[in-house]
Design a protein around this ligand. Structure first.
Ligand code: FBP
Length: 547
């Protein structure tokens, strides 16, 4: 396979590990845990994996281990560093015993269910070290949730002598990993299940999981291009750039990019919800800043929009909740009718208040809300062109203000959506190191017999040698939520906290960024060079850990 000069040089990079993982480890058990909420309900659903302690690894002990056969699955959207998680698992189990073997299930959970797999040998692993993408084994969004799927998977796990399965995924996939761990423990299958926190969205985090992998590289990639756009914008001084950023259910990506590039306007979905704003409130806010800058001769600017914005607007959120229940209750009928009939059905069955909101939305948006769902039941917000919608609505408002004499200026727009560009970038040093450590650490959790745990590497704003390695029971992150019309145990999503340090820092500076032109140009990710350029963590982590 032909490789670029960077790929060749990067293949030789040796990811950093926490010092504790470099030798033999012993397990230090912390206190028993409780679920994030709904203790009784979660305990009843997970009697075998509830309440386990947080574990931390310490140096010492003896680690002679029998050969370990391990399986790995990449689940959901791509995130930079997945290949390093896999190479970390590989190196970890080989260190425990060189006769250990690693199997990759192909194209996500489907590979387990349909018995599609490949053995990942040293030469294959070496091809993929420190590379972006999930192409080593592919990924998929099939939901692993039914006992028939678990039993089918167990057949191949037994055939290959696999003692543990590592599921690399986001909150939904790790929820399913936990259900699988509980099931295999209950039936005495003898297969452990370990999760790894992946998603560029950054919404799988808590006290013990400081960040999901891929967030660092993806936000640095987006910030590079937004910075370039800002410089173009400040050179030509004739466009307002509306930039939508991935991040389906939380606005962490948008907030992190804002902290890096200091745009004129940033919308944060969680704030829109907390302030109970309407679409018109948002449009008025943007138009106000555009008019103010125009009055001072600046008919240009940048606006960052989180892709999940639509879902945070309270009126639309209520509408989506009713749509979810309505579709779930009529799934059989829904599966047999065409798009126009579905829309007609929805209009006929929605409550009056939600029907009014539904009818008031531009046709493209209402269709998207009504028709397209991913296998986890999520609205596919990446397909809704919110950036364009907002730009058009702002233009209409400004035209009205012009007539009233409240606005004098020119408003020309450009639209962008950055998402896929960042999901498979070559992992930054942080993600390369973090992912390799998560994988290596997963191998140690397996060696220790753990199941239903998520691999956890903490203290991540310190140098890698000082990172703390261990595991957190997945049940400790769970609560009950309504999904597709039913209450389900799920990992609680981490949204942007409005009283958290990253948001507060942003909120303190945003008025200045709106008024003036204070763009910052981060430039491309650097893999080689001075540490202050190559090894910086995200601003989010820096603010959260106050460093
Ligand atoms: P994960 O939560 O699976 O990591 O994926 C997140 C994400 O990248 C979102 O930001 C985006 O809305 C979605 O995936 C896009 O999904 P798809 O890859 O199926 O188009």
């Amino acid at each position: 396979m032909k490789k670029s000069a960077l790929q060749i040089a990067r293949a030789a990079y040796q990811p950093k590990l926490p010092a504790v993982l470099k030798g033999n480890v012993t397990t230090v058990n912390g206190a028993a845990t409780e679920s994030a909420a709904d203790h009784d309900a979660i305990k009843a659903l997970f009697p075998n994996t509830y309440g386990m302690p947080v574990v931390t690894f310490a140096e010492g002990g003896k680690q002679d281990h029998a050969p370990l056969n391990v399986g790995v699955i990449l689940s959901g959207g791509q995130a930079p560093g997945g290949h390093n998680v896999i190479s970390g698992i590989f190196d970890g189990i080989k260190r425990l015993n060189p006769a250990s073997r690693l199997y990759g299930f192909l194209m996500g959970p489907d590979g387990l269910i349909n018995h599609k797999y490949m053995e990942l040998t040293a030469d294959i692993i070496d091809e993929y070290r420190n590379t972006g993408g999930f192409d080593i084994i592919g990924s998929g969004r099939t939901k692993l949730e039914k006992e028939e799927q678990f039993d089918k998977g167990l057949e191949i796990l037994r055939q290959l002598g696999i003692k543990a399965l590592v599921i690399i995924g986001g909150d939904d996939s790790n929820t399913n990993a936990c259900v699988l761990a509980e099931y295999y423990k209950r039936i005495g299958a003898g297969v452990q299940v370990i999760g790894c926190p992946k998603t560029i969205d950054g919404d799988l985090k808590n006290e013990m999981i400081e960040t999901s992998f891929g967030f660092d590289t993806a936000t640095k990639t987006y910030s590079e291009v937004i910075g370039n756009i800002e410089r173009d914008c400040n050179s030509a001084r004739k466009y307002w750039h509306f930039i939508k950023l991935m991040g389906r259910s939380a606005s962490h990506v948008t907030l992190e990019c804002a902290l890096q590039v200091q745009p004129n306007i940033t919308l944060i979905g969680e704030e829109v919800e907390a302030k109970n704003q309407t679409l018109d409130d948002i449009v008025t806010y943007i138009a106000g800043i555009v008019a103010d800058r125009a009055a001072r001769g600046m008919n240009f600017g940048t606006v960052l929009v989180p892709e999940g914005l639509i879902e945070f607007i309270p009126a639309i959120k209520k509408l989506i909740a009713e749509l979810n229940d309505l579709i779930a209750a009529n799934q059989a009928e829904f599966d047999t009718i065409g798009a126009d009939e579905k829309i007609a059905f929805i209009k006929a069955h929605l409550t009056a208040a939600n029907a009014a909101i539904f009818n008031s939305l531009p046709a493209g948006v209402s269709r998207q809300l009504a028709l397209e769902r991913d296998p986890h039941g999520n609205v596919q917000v990446s397909l809704i062109e919110t950036e364009q919608l907002l730009a058009e609505m702002v233009a209409t408002k400004l035209a009205a203000w012009k007539k009233e004499g409240k606005y004098v200026g020119k408003f020309s727009t450009q639209h962008h959506f950055f998402g896929y560009e960042g999901r498979c970038a070559a992992p930054s040093n942080f993600d390369a190191d973090y992912c390799y450590s998560l994988g290596y650490n997963a191998a140690m959790l397996i060696a220790d017999g753990k199941t239903g745990y998520m691999s956890s590497v903490r203290n991540t704003t310190a140098p890698a040698a000082e990172w703390v390695a261990g595991g957190i029971p997945i049940t400790a992150m769970m609560n009950m939520e309504r999904r597709a019309g039913e209450m389900k145990p799920v990992i609680r999503k981490a949204l942007v906290e409005l009283d958290g340090a990253p948001f507060k820092a942003f909120a303190a500076m945003r008025d200045e960024w709106a008024k003036e032109t204070l763009y910052v140009y981060p430039g491309p990710i650097q893999y080689f060079g001075p540490s202050e350029v190559c090894d910086q963590t995200t601003k989010t982590l820096q603010y959260e850990q106050a460093k």
